[in-house]
Design a protein around this ligand. Sequence first.
Ligand code: MET
Ligand SMILES: [Zn+2]
Length: 343
Amino acid sequence: MGSGNMVETTTTTTSSTFMSDFIGKCGGYVVIDGGFATELERHGADLNDPLWSAKCLVDSPHLVRRVHLDYLDAGANIILTASYQATIQGFEAKGFSKEEAEALLRKSVEIACEAREIYYDRCTKDSWDFMENGRTSRRPILVAASVGSYGAYLADGSEYSGNYGDAITLETLKDFNRRRVQILANSGADLIAFETIPNKLEAKAYAELLEEEGIEIPAWFSFNSKDGINVVSGDPISECVSIADSCKQVVAVGINCTPPRFIHGLITSIRKVTSKPVLIYPNSGETYDGQTKQWVKSSGNVDEDFVSYIVKWREAGASLFGGCCRTTPKTIRGIATALSDKN
Ligand code: MET
Ligand SMILES: [Zn+2]
């Protein structure tokens, strides 16, 4: 287990200052990692599978560790585990037993914690890299257990439509995630990252689940949008953020896997509803086609490399910055540099 969550596991409730304390320790802003599945593919992984990046937990854990290390080397303060599309139901559908499925979920966190230890060991060896005012200091690093939305499990692109159909209720979503969230909360991760939340119903399900299960590690809620005004389902961003704002376990709220051109306006909208720290990790601006399972260049409005917008997004009120699909360690290095130049 990594050292990062030692303090948190001894407390019974999540501290409301958990994230603001961490932002302070990092120097006023936090660098999140970049596209995880994207980087696995760049290393040669074939993710054309209902498990997507979680497939590598089964057949190439060394690649998972390698990608975590690439993002740590690029300057990340928070790394997200390879569990985005890892669900007990998804593993069972591939023939794994419930116990094996649960072990794979835990393994996603173990690999990330292991990468953090390897990174720290390396830094200690190259300690010239590490000296600050004559004293060695370690870059603060958290491991966030990723929970992709229900649409990610369906593997039909519906995390970009938020359209789950009438058969999916609040209770369905809670029950679907209950065991997965319990396991990840007790796996040694420092927090749970609920990612790419496409609608209000799912945000409500997560908030109630955290409460009902007495989850003792903090969480962040991250929504996605395709118009800069609403989340992808059409539910108003203000209503989604309000749900996160009322949930005491939620220590940050924001946006991921959304084109860069919408981010500035979304930060402004989010800040109107919450004073919790705001996180953003956009995608490259390309669009995912759930049918062909390909990322395609969007027509019209082209997003240039978004690193040049980072400082503006910080001025707009965001504090945690990273990248989502189709971004790479190069993006994250660019973000870290842009923010440190500004300081
Ligand atoms: C579809 S969004 C994917 C988020 C996940 N953390 C990844 O980068 O692979
Ligand atoms: Zn993404």
